[in-house]
Design a protein around this ligand. Structure first.
Ligand code: ADE
Length: 422
């Protein structure tokens, strides 16, 4: 195996990383099937893939699949706090992937690592949050010409890419993998739902039953978090700015109210909006002593941390791992988890492998489609082809031993005609 270029915390961690990567792989049957085919057919031969994603065991299995398909692969982290150092070490040592990622890296090192991935001259990029594409449109715009397509994994990234396209700035085609049904309906809802609460519980050891939990934002991720918090016995309040989503939350049985009111009542606050400062000074002022605040949206801007710092007399760092205590006054302390970064990946290990199986099977097949399409795709934000979605859904069902029905020929005819009525 060719020697990998890398910047990781400690290559000696590779053996435990390898065990964990293989453990996750047992729960990724669809990705496994793709990897077996890729090994035989090498559909990614000639591709150099630059990926900026959370460096987790699930991502490791995606990188292995891309390599099996014949691609050269370089990976950096899409968040400074989400890297699993042992996974990064094993990817370099055991699987020949160039990895540039260290958990808790500074913002400068984070960007050095993105630059290292671009130095590999990728012709396909894969982003989680659009940081790589953004760099290829700003400081590294000279390198954009060699990119034939890019895949985007997350809602926040797709929003940024659509804005780039609408302003006429987008330089190469991008594919909104996040928007595939096989991705957001499962990963965003059930993945974020479970992993967010997992992160909160690992960080705090709190009992959720009976807790007043406020979920800020009722997109797919917010729905998942609200659903799981209710399942654990919490009293769940949802806040929204979108009337339709608010209405859905009401009819899903949640208490819905403005943040100004929810702030006073909540004991645990979880932001999942994709927007900035959805919890700010006016809300911190109303919160009760001991309230816990965290974020499960992509960027660390949802909580106005500078305002929290400004109004605090003192900050006691790491009163427990990943928990900072903000002392507002003698009677009031607020607790912020993981510096307001993604709580599910900073305090836990992200979504379980079984759901990432669908997201990453969709990514791998979309990479194959993009590579085969070469320069044929126009510069726009593309959807994942429907046949990829159908294939992933069918195989996931099969792996779960779930069978479904088929239309009869009579039913097919009925659906394609309009003659029959009352
Ligand atoms: N995003 C959320 N969970 C993840 C995981 N386990 N791996 C990669 N990206 C993720």
């Amino acid at each position: 195996m060719a020697k990998s270029k890398h910047d990781v915390t400690d290559l000696k961690m590779a053996p435990s990383g390898k065990k964990r990567i293989l453990w996750a792989d047992r729960d990724m049957p669809v990705l496994n099937l793709i990897r077996e085919r890729f090994e035989k057919e090498k559909p990614l031969k000639g591709a150099t893939i630059g990926a900026c994603m959370h460096v987790t065991t699930e991502t490791a299995n995606l990188m292995r699949t891309l390599k099996a398909g014949g691609a050269q692969v370089a990976l950096c982290a899409s968040n400074p706090l989400s890297t699993q150092d042992e996974t990064a070490a094993s990817l370099v040592k055991d699987f020949g992937v160039d990895v540039y990622a260290r958990r808790a890296e500074s913002v400068k090192v984070f960007y050095d690592h993105l630059n290292s991935v671009i130095d590999n001259k990728p012709n396909i990029t894969m982003d989680d949050g659009a940081d790589l594409v953004n760099l290829l449109h700003t400081k590294r715009s000279k390198d954009a010409g060699s990119v034939s397509a890019s895949m985007e994994e997350t809602t926040t990234g797709v929003i940024r890419l659509r804005a780039m396209h609408e302003s006429g700035d987008l330089k190469f085609p991008v594919i909104a993998v996040n928007d595939a049904d096989t991705k957001h309906l499962f990963d965003n809802r059930y993945g974020t739902g479970q992993s967010t609460l997992d992160g909160v519980v690992r960080a705090t050891d709190m009992l959720l039953a009976g807790k007043k939990v406020v979920i800020i934002g009722y997109g797919w991720c917010g729905r998942g978090a609200a659903l799981r918090a209710r399942g654990a016995g919490a009293h769940v309040t949802v806040t929204e700015i979108n009337p339709l989503k608010a209405l859905e939350a009401v009819m899903d049985g949640f208490d819905v109210r403005p943040m100004g009111e929810a702030a006073a009542a909540g004991e645990l606050f979880i932001t999942v909006t994709g927007n900035k400062h959805v919890i700010r000074g006016e809300h911190f002022r109303k919160m009760r002593d001991g309230a816990i605040i965290c974020n499960s949206g992509h960027f660390d801007v949802e909580i106005d941390i500078p305002a929290l710092q400004k109004m605090s007399k003192k900050v006691n760092r790491n009163v427990r791992t990943n928990v900072d205590e903000y002392v507002i006054n003698a009677n009031k302390r607020l607790y912020l988890l993981a510096d307001g970064r993604l709580v599910n990946l900073s305090c836990a290990t992200g979504h379980p492998a079984s759901v990432m199986d669908m997201s990453f099977a969709t990514q791998a097949l979309t990479a194959e489609w993009a590579h085969k399409s070469g320069k044929k795709l126009n510069v726009a934000v593309h959807d994942v082809p429907q046949k990829i979605e159908e294939w992933v859904a069918k195989l996931k069902l099969k792996s779960m031993n779930v069978a479904i029905d088929k239309l009869t020929s009579d039913q097919k005819l009925y659906l394609s005609s309009y003659g029959e009525g009352t």
